[in-house]
Write a protein of this length. Structure first.
Length: 171
């Protein structure tokens, strides 16, 4: 991904974004990264027309807790999408591998066990510098990509059963 700027995207121009309701779960651990990801996601959602009062942010202690909180929001059935924001930086023990695998599996489980798309916005980097580069540094901001993905998945879900091509995919 070192050749891709995570902040580059083509504006979506969604007609009904003002009806979207989005939950964002944010890990407080490594907040020097996660808060930048959260803020970028919020900026894009608002820019694309989602009203601020229809976006709710839920802090959790760490990345491991993202899956529980995301699943609870999905079970509420009031959000059109959930964005899980976290950052795990490799240390000297295998803890990194266990946490990353559990969070990825947990977010996947939310997607297959509920009807709400959950977007994986969890950086899993070897160094703090890599995380900074992907949260507003040289490589852009993964939060932008996560917000755009959430909006696209809401459009996808709402398009099911409609005429093919009605939302602009594949055109």
């Amino acid at each position: 991904m070192a050749t891709v700027n995570l902040s580059d995207y083509k504006p979506l121009q969604i007609n009904d974004a003002d009806s979207f309701r989005i939950g964002i779960v944010v890990s407080d651990w490594n907040d020097f990264v996660t808060f930048n990801l959260r803020d970028a996601a919020l900026d894009i959602l608002k820019t694309e027309g989602v009203p601020a009062e229809q976006i709710e942010v839920f802090p959790v202690p760490g990345a491991f807790e993202l899956t529980y909180a995301s699943m609870q929001l999905c079970r509420e059935k009031i959000y059109d999408a959930v964005i899980a924001v976290g950052c795990v930086i490799r240390g000297e023990t295998p803890h990194f591998d266990y946490v990353c695998a559990a969070v990825a599996q947990g977010i996947k489980d939310c997607n297959v066990r509920t009807d709400t798309p959950v977007i994986f916005c969890v950086l899993t980097d070897d160094t703090p510098e890599q995380s900074v580069a992907r949260s507003g540094g040289d490589l852009g901001n993964k939060g932008v990509e996560a917000a755009v993905t959430a909006l696209q998945m809401i459009q996808f879900k709402r398009s099911l059963g409609k005429k093919p091509g009605s939302i602009g995919f594949g055109q």
